[in-house]
Design a protein around this ligand. Structure first.
Ligand code: SF4
Ligand code: SF4
Length: 164
């Protein structure tokens, strides 16, 4: 390769560098930025920590069908089902999830559980600050994931309304 072509290559590379130097700087000011994400910018379809949803009457959408657990390739969803009663109705179907845990030590955020759910009970939220030095804190319980009961008519306190 000739000296001239080398110089031409270097000049081309430097022109790109110099051009970028005068572009406006775009950085995310996380964690010192404003808003609930503290400056982090998340795309709409970002798969963060899971959220367990309620229906329009405030009842839990999860009907304990176990399809999400069956679809999970990491085997990190643990569910215990219980029957609804006339006195204590938690979901609109026969059963509800008395226990619903996701082990984030194992979850790979593939979204299969969300796709498998027939009632749209489980979705991905935008929670991303999950790192921990203590692995035991990475097992999220239903109480950590369930959307807050905002006093809708059919909602019955399930003991899981204190967190979200
Ligand atoms: S996102 Fe994937 S790995 Fe995580 S709980 Fe759902 S199915 Fe399992
Ligand atoms: S989250 Fe959905 S798929 Fe999983 S047990 Fe509940 S209703 Fe079934």
């Amino acid at each position: 390769m000739s000296i001239a072509s080398n110089i031409k290559g270097i000049a081309k590379g430097m022109s790109i560098t110099l051009g970028e130097m005068f572009q406006p700087t775009e950085v995310e000011n996380y964690p010192d930025g404003p808003g609930p994400t503290r400056g982090a910018v998340l795309q709409e379809r970002f798969r963060g920590a899971h959220v367990l949803q309620r229906d329009e009457n405030g009842l839990e959408k999860c009907v304990a069908c176990f399809l999400c657990a069956a679809a999970c390739p990491a085997n990190c969803i643990y569910i215990e089902a219980a029957e609804n009663t006339a006195e204590k109705r938690i979901s609109s179907a026969e059963r509800y999830a008395k226990v619903y845990n996701i082990d984030y030590n194992r979850c790979i955020f593939c979204g299969y559980c969300v796709e498998a759910c027939p009632t749209d009970a489980i979705t991905h939220g935008h929670g991303f600050e999950l790192a921990s030095l203590n692995a035991t804190t990475l097992v999220m319980r239903k109480e950590d994931m369930l959307v807050k009961n905002v006093g809708l008519p059919g909602a019955v306190a399930s003991g899981a309304d204190s967190v979200k």
